[in-house]
Design a protein around this ligand. Sequence first.
Ligand SMILES: [Zn+2]
Length: 354
Amino acid sequence: MLATRLKRARKAANLSLRGAADRVDVSHSAIKKYEDSKNVPNSTQLIKLAKAYGVRTEYFFRPINITLSGVEFRKRPGATKKLLRKIEAEVLEQVERWQELVNLYPIFPIKSFTLPTSLPKYITKLDEIEKIAEQLRKQWELGNNPMADFVDTLETLGIWVLFTDIENEEKFDGLMAYHNKQAIIVVSSNWTGDRQRFTLAHELGHLLLHDRLDEKIDEEKACNRFASAFLLPQSALYQHFGETIRNVELRELYLLKQEFGLSMSACLFRLHDTGLMSLTILKSHFRQFKKKGWHQHEPGEPIPAEKSFLFKQMVYRALAEGWSTESKAAELLNMPLSHFHQERKLEVVDAAFD
Ligand SMILES: [Zn+2]
């Protein structure tokens, strides 16, 4: 057990055997032996390893019972195995902490996400996704306005949203998986808010649409359509633009982006997908976007990154009810006990640990 966890923590820290050896000042073959259960590190070495891997020593002794299923990577071609392993290790580590937190509760107050019964069994046209998105917004009482805090919305629906620190340039576009029956969506904390939101909505699309699509429909396309329809509903667009437009000003796209947290290019597609704008106009805008490099970096203020508060809130909830000790709470939040104690008493309120 210890061996597996040592290896998992090293992978999550993205260190090779040699890289780890350099940091803890033992040979790489010694570390390999720990990971192969051929030798056991003493407590001093364990503390050093924990420090090098950025985990608390308790991590090495947590029982492993976590597996993921139905993993759906939005990886681009060329994503390396190493990257995928790092993501998987990071995700497993966070899922374990979530599960441990849930287990502290006699009854966890937030129910796991379940598929709405209103979903059609079979979808034959992409356009049907518009109606599904509108219907779900209604059913989940989200109204027609922009969703200010999308992570919070998903968490309230019972989805665990996890953040990795995968760099913006890496070939990773988000992930959806199940742990038992618990739905999980993973995005990077380094992305802009619009990229995070689109990915979250896209992965929600996989959750909802998987196994319901006609074989003629590409699931990736369907999930993109769902994402943009869910974030910027057709009826909201019609309210704003009427039912047809000749053209759109760039500044209008920029304002729409700021309002709905959807990239300008996604807004352009949206105008075409909903039948408001012709394909010719769409294409001419995209030529312009490419020329200006806006297909990669859009101008102006980026949408602020999404934040998640639920995990920490539930750790404190457990503490308040006496279901968690202070040291368990600190462990779950991956924080030194002394720092946690100060944070708990509001003696430290810095954002660095939020
Ligand atoms: Zn996908």
